[in-house]
Ligand binder design. Structure first.
Ligand code: CMC
Length: 430
C-alpha cells in the first residue's frame, strides 16, 4: 500500500493488512502484532535492529544525522546549559522544571542520598578486589529488601518515591564501592553539595584530608552524567523494561540494567577504550591496531568506535571531546600520552576507507575514559559512573512502561532449530 497507513504482507497465499504507525518524528513503524494470529508466522530480528519494542516519548535519536533529543531538547543544549538533576527531572516528568519544581526535586533527591547503615554489611561480603560493577549489581538489587514500602509498583506515589530513592542513592552506593576497593572508610553524603560535587567528595575525601572541590571538574562530571543519562531502547534499558514487564520491583529492575550495562559492547566500552589506548602505548603502534580491527579473521574491535544507531558522529562524543580538553587544560595535563594516542587514532580512523564505508565514528565512550582518568577515577570505576548517570534513564523508562496501557510481559518468540519430537531412550539403550 502507498497510503502510508497500512502495509500488506502475503504469506502462504494468505494476505494480511498491517497498520502503519507514525511517531511525532522518525521512521514509520509497521504494527506486526496480528501477524501470528492471522498468518501463523513470527518476525525474525536478532539484536532487534528493525524492531520497535515499545512506544516512548522520552528520547529521540536520528542515527543518520547524529541527533539526540531528550523530550525534544538537543543533547548539546542540555549538556551546555542545564544540570544533571534538571535533566533527570525532564526525563522523568517530560518538561523542564519551574523554579519551585526544581527546588522541590533537588531537595527530595538530597534528602534521600543516605543508605541504610545495615547495607554496609553487604560490602564486607565482597573481596576487596571485586569489580565495582559486581558490587553495584548486588547492592542495588539488595535495596528492595531495605525499602519494601516502595516496591508496590501499582501505586504512583510509591513509584515516585522508589524512583527518587534510586537516583539519590546510586552515587552513594557507587562511591562506597570505590572506597571499599581502596580499603578506605565510607564517606556520608553532604547535603550542602550538589549531585556531582557530592559524588566527587564521597569518592575522594578521606578523614585525614578534605577533598578540594573544583567547579570545572564538578561541572565536567555533571556534563558526563547528562551525556549518559538516557539513550532510548539500548541493551540495558531494554533489560530494565523487560525485567519490569513481569511486575518486578524497580530496585531489581535497575540491578538487571546495571548487569547488562557492564558488557564491553555497551557501558563497559569506556573501560575497554582506556585499556586499549594503554595497550597501544605509542602513536607508532596505532596502525597495527587499526589493521587488527579491519582484519576479518581477527575479532579485535576498536573500542569507542561504532554504534548500532549512530551512522554519523555521536553528538555526545563532540561535547565529550571539548570537555576532555577543558579538564586536561585545567589540570595542567599538557602531555597526556593516552589523549595524544586517542586524537591520532581518531584522525586515522576517520580517514580510513574501512571506517568510512562502515560509518564507524567515535562514540561517547571514546573520550569519557580519558576525562575520568584525569579526574582520578580508576578504569574499573568508569562503567560505574555510566551506571550512576543511566539510572535516571532506566527509572524514567521503567515509569513510562508501567503506565503504558498496552504494556504486557515481554516475551519474544524464536526460530527453533533444535531436534523435533523424539522418543526417550532409557539409559541402558543410549
Ligand atoms: N571496530 C572495527 N570494526 C567494527 C567496529 C569497531 N569498533 N564496530 C563495528 N565494526 C564492524 C563490524 O565488524 C561489522 O563489519 P562487517 O559488516 O564486515 O561484518 C560492521 O562494522 C557492523 O558492525 P556490527 O557488529 O554489525 O554493529 P552492531 O550495531 O551490532 O554493533 C557496537 C555496535 C557498538 C556493539 C560495535 O560497533 C562495537 O562493538 N563497538 C566497539 C564497542 C563500543 O565502543 N561500544 C560502545 C557503544 S556506545 C555506548 C553505549 O551505547 O553503551
Amino acid at each position: 500500500m502507498n497510503d502510508n497507513k497500512s502495509a500488506k504482507l502475503v504469506f502462504n497465499n494468505k494476505e494480511v493488512e498491517l497498520d502503519v504507525l507514525h511517531g511525532s518524528v522518525g521512521p514509520s513503524v509497521i504494527d506486526v502484532r496480528k501477524l501470528y494470529g492471522e498468518l501463523g508466522c513470527f518476525t525474525y530480528d536478532p539484536g532487534y535492529g528493525a524492531t520497535g519494542s515499545c512506544e516512548s516519548a522520552i528520547t529521540y535519536i536520528d542515527g543518520e544525522e547524529g541527533i539526540l533529543l531528550h523530550r525534544g531538547y538537543p543533547i548539546e543544549d542540555l549538556a551546555n546549559k542545564s544540570s544533571f538533576l534538571e535533566v533527570a527531572y525532564l526525563l522523568l516528568n517530560g518538561e523542564l522544571p519551574k523554579k519551585e519544581e526544581k527546588d522541590e526535586f533537588e531537595n527530595a533527591i538530597t534528602l534521600h542520598t543516605m543508605v541504610h547503615e545495615q547495607l554496609i554489611n553487604f560490602y564486607r561480603g565482597f573481596r576487596r578486589d571485586a569489580h565495582p560493577m559486581a558490587i553495584m549489581v548486588g547492592v542495588v538489587g539488595a535495596l528492595s529488601a531495605f525499602y519494601p514500602d516502595s516496591t508496590n509498583i501499582d501505586d504512583p506515589y510509591e513509584r515516585m518515591v522508589s524512583s527518587r530513592r534510586l537516583i539519590a542513592k546510586i552515587p552513594t552506593i557507587a562511591a562506597m564501592a570505590y572506597k571499599y576497593s581502596l580499603g578506605q572508610p565510607f564517606n556520608y553524603p553532604l547535603n550542602d553539595l550538589n549531585y556531582s560535587e557530592n559524588f566527587l567528595n564521597m569518592c575522594f575525601s578521606v578523614p585525614a584530608e578534605k577533598y578540594k572541590l573544583n567547579k570545572t571538574i564538578s561541572d565536567a562530571l555533571d556534563k558526563i552524567l547528562i551525556l549518559h543519562a538516557d539513550h532510548e531502547q539500548n541493551a540495558s534499558t531494554s533489560t530494565v523494561r523487560i525485567a519490569g514487564s513481569s511486575g518486578a520491583n524497580p530496585f531489581a529492575c535497575i540491578a538487571s540494567g546495571i548487569a547488562s550495562l557492564w558488557g564491553p559492547s555497551h557501558g563497559g566500552a569506556n573501560e575497554a577504550v582506556l585499556n586499549m589506548l594503554s595497550e597501544i602505548g605509542s602513536k607508532d603502534k596505532i596502525m597495527e591496531y587499526v589493521n587488527k580491527a579491519k582484519d576479518k579473521d581477527d575479532s579485535f574491535r576498536l573500542f569507542g568506535f561504532g554504534h548500532r544507531v549512530y551512522k554519523n558522529y555521536d553528538p555526545r562524543a563532540s561535547v565529550m571531546r571539548e570537555t576532555c580538553h577543558e579538564v586536561l587544560n585545567l589540570l595542567g595535563v599538557k602531555n597526556e600520552p593516552l589523549l595524544d594516542i586517542a586524537m591520532e587514532l581518531e584522525k586515522i580512523a576517520l580517514n580510513d576507507e574501512y571506517f568510512i564505508e562502515k560509518k564507524l565514528y567515535p562514540n561517547v565512550d571514546f573520550y569519557s575514559g580519558i576525562i575520568l582518568k584525569a579526574m582520578g577515577f580508576p578504569t574499573d570505576m568508569f562503567t560505574v559512573l555510566f551506571a550512576v548517570a543511566r539510572t535516571v534513564g532506566w527509572v524514567a523508562q521503567w515509569n513510562e512502561m508501567i503506565t503504558d496501557p498496552v504494556q504486557r510481559i515481554g516475551r519474544p518468540r524464536q526460530l527453533y532449530t533444535g531436534k523435533v519430537l523424539r522418543k526417550f531412550e532409557p539409559l541402558e539403550k543410549r
